[in-house]
Write a protein that binds this ligand. Structure first.
Ligand code: SF4
Length: 60
């Protein structure tokens, strides 16, 4: 999946997830801190605070 828009300028990085300003799944917590890396059930890793929940929704 790709999302429209581009990465922020290296000199003006947002405080949270770098994708938050243009992510359609963003929630307020996405803008407060860099997301940790989650290990998903299929063995992949995702630096997204919603990855565990969104992965479970996709599987059901
Ligand atoms: S943490 Fe996940 S849901 Fe939140 S803005 Fe980043 S990619 Fe989107």
């Amino acid at each position: 999946m790709t999302i429209p828009g581009g990465m922020p300028s290296p000199g003006a990085l947002p405080p949270g997830c770098l994708f938050a300003p243009r992510c359609p799944k963003a929630i307020p917590q996405c803008t407060t801190a860099q997301p940790p890396l989650f290990l998903l059930p299929d063995g992949q890793k995702a630096a997204c605070i919603r990855a565990p929940k969104l992965t479970l929704e996709a599987l059901t």
